[in-house]
Ligand binder design. Sequence first.
Ligand code: SF4
Length: 332
Amino acid sequence: MNYIMELDRIKSEIKKRKARRVLLQFPEGLMNSALKISKELEFETGAETFISVDPCWGGCDLAETEALKFNADLLIHFGHSPWPKKPKVPTLFIEARSEVDIRETVLRAVTLLKAKKVGITTTVQHIHKLDEVKNLLEEKGFEVSIGKPSGRAKYAGQVLGCDLSSVAKLNVDQFLFIGGGTFHPLGIALATSKSVIAADPYSGKAIDLKEMTKKILMQRYAQILRARTATRFGVVIGLKFGQINLELARKIKNKIESKGKEAYLIAAEEITPERFYGLEDIDVLVITACPRIVIEDSPQFRIPVITPRELDVLLEFESWKNASEDLFGYKL
Ligand code: SF4
């Protein structure tokens, strides 16, 4: 797979800033470019480079602390658009746009589109192809809409796993997502309760997310039911660069206590089942960090793991019907 890594821009930034120590951070899918990029940057700029191999899931996961420990002059974060929070270390976000052709996959996906008004959306990797998708669909007679960014996304039509605001309020009947895998299109379906077709230009496949969405909503409701008798709640605060949400955690703690239950604020960098082994008396975890931890990873936890919106259902502030049609609360 070929991505535009903007090496000329990186070299000129390193030289312009006179950076001597540079930390390179890649998501897993781009790690195979790390050695080549490190070698080329060292050779052409004379800077010393370090490759971070810790997991990197998004722009939220910026290796700011590592860069501070290294006393790095520059952090280069690949694969995500800039996060809307100023890092403590000078940082370059290299978006790594994909060069993969999307045309054939989009034409395949068109056969699954049943509505006339279609919203198109993608990740930053294919954002430069959105006009091409729009033209292809309009040639086929669809009315195409592209949502404006209003949260963590930088571009019109861009979605992140945790920022679906560009699609949530679009007046369309169906969505076409262009990009790899089902992580983002599943988020769109859960945020909008509308039909989503995913066109994956890497595999060439186009699929309807309907069955997967139904299965996940059943799992979510099962987690809420399992938590019905809970009396001790852990309210989990993420410590990653872009995941700290202290105010929300405090509000949630108060809400739980208003129902006569116990709540504890818990902080974690990596929110994985093993982190909670010692806290055996906690009955349920409410995650205020990445909302996708709940959707993707909750089956691995011993106890129910829920979102703030699902907590509202559990505490009877909200109905499951409303919450299930707007799982991340964009219509609130
Ligand atoms: S979905 Fe989660 S991991 Fe991805 S950018 Fe958002 S907070 Fe970070």
